[in-house]
Ligand binder design. Structure first.
Ligand code: NAD
Length: 476
């Protein structure tokens, strides 16, 4: 068993004020994999004070110095890619190849992409009577969930460092280990003390202290809508910036004239990836009613390609869910879908004997789903796809927008122009056209209850900045 004993504050490994420990359970077999300290509010205060003390000198460093350190940290991650992959597989059940390629290599590449953006901070707009400059927002608290733990950390840490912010990081209870390894990498790097601080701990215990602290300028939160609301409430009295990346129930419109086989396969793959634990997963597939039977056949074949099993095996492309609790939550939604009268095409609540010791859920597809059913309205966060028939494209657009969420969406039509025309009517922060793939250059974030603010790329950097106008006295 791995045992991490300390928190990382002000450039040092330090004991927590609390004796409490958090256990990391391997969801593939239910065994204890690691333990880490559970920080308390005194640790929170120490970490925030360290970040505050480090801010002014770090934010004044030249952009090329900050860029070089981002690349140095990325190099350190590259050298420890196998370890980073192993802890993600063991703590949240992601299959080895996916963890290595998307969760870790993808995160390293994404971190590097922020290095050149540091120089954006030097740009000025010079006007006749004023100059506009961009400055770092200050001390940032970065709170993350467990589904893409390293990518989500990098999506916040990269722009924060590029902008010149200092940070206090809090990973999810289930997946703290890649953050601890990153702290070890940072400890060996040239990053000045206090710029990066790491607290492992329980969100419901230390979240309020983190988000309400007067020395914190911004909270960037990714997680459930419920916790995101609590974060905003805790931050409100001190008027901090709050960036929220929350839940989703994203629609995918397949229009008449689309290449049906390609379109349906793309949708099934998108939902099943990472055992359905992707906030922007396209979980509502809207299809022309007259093509429903054909869609169902293609979807069943596509689902059969997902090989559920031990995430360490090369043949596995779908591991367990991240925990027993998550498994039970997803199974209860599947039961609700059956009760509500949706047609179960494949999957369901039964599991082969060999998989019962882990938090597994079969790839599950419901068809003939109505958009007002619970399974079409609430985020399930598991490998469950809802196929919803529509009569005409206007109705498809209305159904797509009938949701409290607005994180992502997708359209597959006869051609790109037709798809973009439909996409322009969807109320969501992203729209994937004709089978496009996620990329970290594009801004990512939600409309409506899916959040506030954007991550990734230049828009992601801007979240960590303030704008200052210097007004010039023309008579001088
Ligand atoms: P969660 O909200 O329970 O936990 C996320 C993080 O918030 C954890 O680090 C947790 O410790 C912390 N937290 C919990 N209560 C807190 C509080 N009161 N104050 C401060 N921090 C607190 O979510 P989860 O179950 O771990 O993650 C799944 C959810 O996250 C899903 O709803 C999913 O859609 C969402 N998610 C969204 C995105 C996105 O980018 N929009 C990405 C991944 C996950």
């Amino acid at each position: 068993m791995k045992k991490f004993e300390q928190l990382y504050i002000d450039g040092h490994w330090v004991n927590s004020h609390s004796d409490a420990q958090l256990e990391v359970i391997n969801p593939a077999n239910g065994e204890l994999y690691a333990s880490v300290p559970s920080a308390d509010v005194q640790d929170v205060d120490n970490a925030i004070r360290a970040a505050s003390k480090a801010f002014s000198s770090w934010s004044e460093q030249p952009a090329n110095f900050r860029a070089a350190i981002i690349n140095e940290i990325a190099d350190g991650m590259q050298a420890r890619i196998d370890e980073l992959t192993e802890v993600i597989v063991a703590s949240m059940g992601c299959p080895l190849s996916l963890a290595s390629e998307i969760q870790v290599q993808g995160a390293i590449d994404a971190l590097r992409s922020f290095a050149p953006l540091a120089s954006e901070m030097d740009k000025q707009q010079v006007h006749a009577n004023h100059i506009v400059v961009t400055e770092a927002v200050g001390v940032c608290v970065l709170i993350n969930p467990w589904n893409y733990p390293l990518s989500q950390l990098v999506g916040k840490l990269g722009p924060a460092l590029a902008a010149g912010c200092t940070v206090v990081v809090k990973p999810a209870e289930q997946t703290p280990l890649q953050d601890l390894i990153l702290a070890e990498i940072i400890h060996q790097s040239s990053l000045p003390h206090g710029v990066f601080n790491l607290l492992t701990g329980v969100g419901s215990q230390i979240g309020e202290a983190l988000c309400s602290h007067a020395l914190v300028d911004m909270v960037s939160f990714t997680g459930s809508t419920l916790a995101g609301v609590k974060v905003a409430q805790a931050a409100a009295p001190t008027v901090k910036r709050v960036c929220q990346e929350l839940g989703g129930k994203s629609p995918y419109i397949i229009a008449q004239g689309a290449d049906l086989a390609a379109a349906v396969r793309y949708g099934v793959e998108d939902v099943m990836l990472n055992s359905g634990q992707t906030c922007c997963a396209l979980t509502r597939m809207l299809v022309p009613a007259e093509q429903l039977a054909e869609v169902e056949e293609i979807a069943k074949y596509a689902a059969a390609e997902w090989q559920l099993g031990d995430p360490m095996l090369a043949a596995t492309n779908m591991g367990p869910l991240s925990s027993r609790q998550q498994q039970q939550r997803v199974l209860s939604y599947i039961e609700k879908g059956i009760e509500e009268g949706a047609k179960l095409l494949c999957g369901g609540t039964q599991l082969p004997e060999a998989l019962r010791k882990g938090a597994y859920v079969m790839p599950t597809i419901f068809s003939d789903v109505r958009n007002d059913m619970i399974i079409a309205q609430e985020e399930i966060f598991g490998p469950v796809l809802c196929i919803i028939p529509y009569q005409n494209i206007q109705q498809a657009i209305e159904l797509a927008n009938e949701t409290p969420f607005g994180l992502s969406s997708a359209v597959f039509a006869a051609n790109q122009t037709a798809a973009i025309n439909i996409a322009s009517k969807l109320r969501a922060g992203q729209c994937y056209i004709q089978g496009a793939l996620f990329n970290t250059d594009s801004p990512f974030g939600g409309y409506k209850q899916s959040g506030n603010g954007r991550e990734w790329g230049l828009e992601g950097l801007k979240e960590y900045t303030e704008t200052k106008a210097m007004l010039i006295n023309a008579a001088d």
